[in-house]
Ligand binder design. Structure first.
Ligand SMILES: *Cc1c(COP(=O)(O)O)cnc(C)c1O
Length: 400
């Protein structure tokens, strides 16, 4: 039995109910199909399946019932017609690009993208003859100026990491449309609980399921969501042949985690907003970056574009540069010092010496990532405890 989605359902309902594939055993919670291949009653049936004359599973690099259940549920939440699951978030980006681009094509991308995405574009696509031009994410005019006749893809993350700049997705969707290009949005920071790029004009959404979709720091995975031709056919055929497929076990972890995505994201957003407001009142803090703050230059755009909430990532500059930032981080006791994000556990990191250490000091300064910048991925601990831990860190700095 399969329960597909109902277009009238809200995101929370889709997360709990969409993509329910129930076996004849009648299990209430979904089963895990840990199998690499599938068997047939006869040589004829096997031949018909391979010839595509009969629908069904052949081999789990192509399709698997647990992976399909995760894909159906995520597609319903994002509002897409097709979804392909991959072994990691990077594999989702790799599959999307290799399936849709060819030598001579050009990408316009935000310069604030996840570091490995920039590495993939520069070090690997570059040598295949696919060029990338980087622009400031929030500057629509810069995107327009960077588009060339060979531009086939616009690639963004919004809010940006770590400064939470907001990209106007409707404007970029229209720009892509006018130029025969596709707008690809890495929706890792928001998830469909907060923002649905396909409804705003994006053509493809990619995910690192490793972050908020799991939300508990357990498994690596990724996904691509979009229309039936681009994702259901082109990206799927690349997956079948290229093989960056998702493990059924990981698919089950993500599938179950989607049931709590909406409530988890709401809690992340609530605590992040409280933390951001509190930080703005602290004398040791020079500036707070959070789209939910009235002081954020794109607060209105964020409110329109992210109806589910402003997200769980808060960054801020402390007075006193790197020493002050390190003192703050070392002064916390509960927060995890790690570059990962989207976990139940709050994490704290110094971007200039970790996630953004590979770019030159000059480029970092131009991007506004200073030595006093600290990024927090707000977890699901009590907000009071998160604030108390950061107060301890800030206090450590003030004491010397
Ligand atoms: C982590 C991350 C990725 C890569 O995902 P993996 O699952 O680690 O491969 C891509 N984009 C963003 C925004 C990320 O945070």
């Amino acid at each position: 039995m399969t329960i597909d989605s109902d277009p009238a359902w809200g995101t929370a309902t889709r997360g709990v109910r969409a993509g329910t594939h129930r076996s004849p055993e009648g299990e209430h919670s979904s089963a895990i199909y840990m199998t690499s291949s599938f068997v047939f009653d006869s040589a004829e049936a096997c031949a018909a399946r391979f010839a595509g004359e009969e629908a069904g599973n052949i081999y789990s690099r192509f399709t698997n019932p647990t992976v399909d259940a995760f894909c159906d549920r995520l597609a319903a939440m994002e509002g897409g017609d097709a979804c392909v699951a991959t072994g990691s978030g990077m594999a989702a980006i790799l599959a999307t690009c290799l399936a849709t681009l060819e030598a001579g094509d050009h990408i316009v991308a935000a310069h604030t993208l996840f570091g490995s995405t920039i590495g993939l574009f520069n070090n690997y696509f570059g040598k295949l003859g696919i060029r990338t031009t980087y622009v400031a994410p929030e500057n629509v005019e810069a995107w327009k100026a960077a588009v060339e006749p060979s531009t086939k893809m616009l690639f963004v993350e919004t809010p940006s990491n770590p400064l939470t700049e907001i990209v106007d997705l409707a404007a970029l969707g229209a720009l892509a449309e006018e130029n025969g290009a596709k707008l690809v949005v890495d929706n890792c920071f928001c998830t469909p609980a907060l923002q649905r790029p396909l409804e705003l004009g994006a053509h493809i959404v990619t995910h690192s399921a490793t972050k908020y979709l799991d939300g508990q720091g357990r498994a690596l995975g990724g996904a691509v969501v979009g229309d039936a031709e681009t994702v259901g056919n082109q990206v799927f055929r690349f997956l079948r042949t290229g093989g960056p497929s998702m493990s059924p076990f990981n698919a089950w972890v993500f599938y179950k985690a989607l049931e709590t995505l909406e409530v988890r994201m709401r809690a992340h957003c609530e605590s992040a907003a409280r933390l951001a407001q509190w930080l703005e009142t602290q004398p040791g803090v020079a500036h707070v970056y959070y789209p939910g703050l009235k002081s954020h230059p794109q607060h209105e755009l964020a409110a329109r574009q992210q109806p589910g909430g402003f997200g769980g990532i808060v960054s801020f500059d402390v007075h006193g540069g790197r020493d002050a930032a390190f003192n703050l981080i070392n002064g916390t006791k509960m927060l995890s010092i790690t570059a990962n994000l989207g976990d139940t556990r709050s994490t704290i990191v110094h971007p200039a010496s970790t996630t953004h250490a590979r770019i030159s000091a000059e480029d970092r300064a131009r991007a506004g990532i200073g030595e006093g910048l600290v990024r927090i991925s707000v977890g699901l601990e009590s907000a009071d405890d998160i604030i108390a831990d950061i107060r301890r860190g800030l206090g450590g700095h003030q004491d010397g």
